[in-house]
Write a protein that binds this ligand. Structure first.
Ligand SMILES: NC(=O)c1ccc[n+]([C@@H]2O[C@H](COP(=O)([O-])OP(=O)(O)OC[C@H]3O[C@@H](n4cnc5c(N)ncnc54)[C@H](O)[C@@H]3O)[C@@H](O)[C@H]2O)c1
Length: 314
């Protein structure tokens, strides 16, 4: 049976793949996006695009009146460094924006909210790898703090109003449609520089690691999270799932792999380590496998090849 789904941030990188997955599943999809970093061209013709800010009355009314069963929330201020420079703006979009939508969801009887959280920022440094959901939470940025606060708001809405909420804690997502101008997408940045024959800049010794997860696998996790049975009791970590691979990849290795996949020999330049960057990261996806039946199934070389192909065509 077709469901009515609202995807916020659906014109952006990850959100647009979530839209594609819901459309392919036969759902009726509406996208809410202010196009501040997203592109209307990312939204498939089968979905309706409403251009509005998540903090606006228009957005709240859309959620309240749209008869949606699922609210999938991907719209965000997603630049960690900008959150440090302007924590008030970050909280305005990422916390108050969510709250505005949740008030709409409550009024409109939305059954389930799927939320894009961040496993790269809510845990902070120091947990043993790969990190399970139950690890200590110690965000080191306003962005990570807002993501964790959002998870608490969702859990509170579940308790007070019975709205079902699922938080997906992503590792580093990469793939087609990622904006190379943003700060988060090392693959998009390396890929577009490689294809233009420009040097790659590696910060620090390049041995810092990331857990790279392919965007189509992330979209698949969102589809499962839209309908999976949810465990009781209403505990923050019980309703959260790591969406990662448990595999650490160093930035040096990533640069080498991308050079191989694209058939280029880049000039690699070194720059000073960036303050506040995590040294190592890998998320344990065992709970998502056990409870959602979700597993990442795109290997890094294949995912990188698909990304390079897209960058060549874009
Ligand atoms: N990219 C990653 O590796 C990663 C990792 C963890 C979590 N996330 C989360 O996933 C979500 C999507 O990230 P992305 O990488 O696709 O980024 P993105 O910038 O491509 O997507 C964000 C979308 O939200 C829209 N948007 C921003 N502010 C808005 C506002 N005030 N009102 C309405 N729309 C607004 C943008 O136009 C854009 O289309 C974000 O919540 C982000 O925090 C991303």
């Amino acid at each position: 049976m077709s469901r009515r789904v609202l995807v916020t941030g659906g014109a952006g990188f990850i959100g647009s793949h979530v839209v594609d997955a819901h459309v392919a599943a036969g759902d009726e999809v509406t996208v809410l996006d202010d196009l501040s970093s997203g592109r209307a061209a990312n939204v498939p013709a089968a979905a309706r695009l409403v251009r509005a800010d998540v903090r606006s009355a228009t957005a709240r009314a859309l959620v309240a009146d749209g008869a949606f069963t699922i609210l999938n929330h991907h719209a965000a201020q997603m630049d960690v460094r900008r959150s440090v420079a302007d924590p008030v703006f970050d909280a305005d979009v990422n916390v108050l924006g969510l709250l505005n939508l949740l008030e709409g969801a409550r009024a409109g009887g939305v059954r389930r909210v799927v939320f894009a959280s961040s496993g790269g920022t809510v845990y902070g440094e120091g947990a043993s790898l790969p990190i399970p959901e139950t690890a200590a939470k110690l965000p080191a940025s306003p962005y990570g703090t807002a993501k964790l606060a959002s998870e608490y708001y969702l859990a509170m809405f579940s308790q007070l109003y019975g709205v079902e909420a699922v938080a997906l804690r992503y590792s580093n997502v990469y793939g087609p449609r990622q904006n190379p101008h943003g700060e988060a997408g090392v693959v998009a940045i390396f890929g577009s520089r490689l294809l233009r024959g420009e040097p790659l800049t590696v910060f620090g010794d390049g041995e810092q690691t990331r857990d790279m997860v392919f965007v189509k696998d992330v979209a698949a996790a969102n589809l499962v999270a839209a309908t999976c049975p949810l465990p009781l009791p209403l505990d923050l970590d019980a309703r959260a799932y790591n969406v990662g691979t448990a595999i650490e990849t160093s930035v040096n290795r990533l640069a080498a792999l991308m050079a191989e996949v694209s058939g280029r020999r880049p000039d690699v330049r070194r720059a000073g380590a960036r303050a506040g960057e995590l040294r190592r990261n890998a998320l344990d996806p065992a709970k998502a496998k056990r409870e959602l039946g979700w597993m990442p199934d795109t290997g890094l070389p294949d995912g990188l090849a698909a990304t390079i192909r897209w960058l060549r065509e874009d």
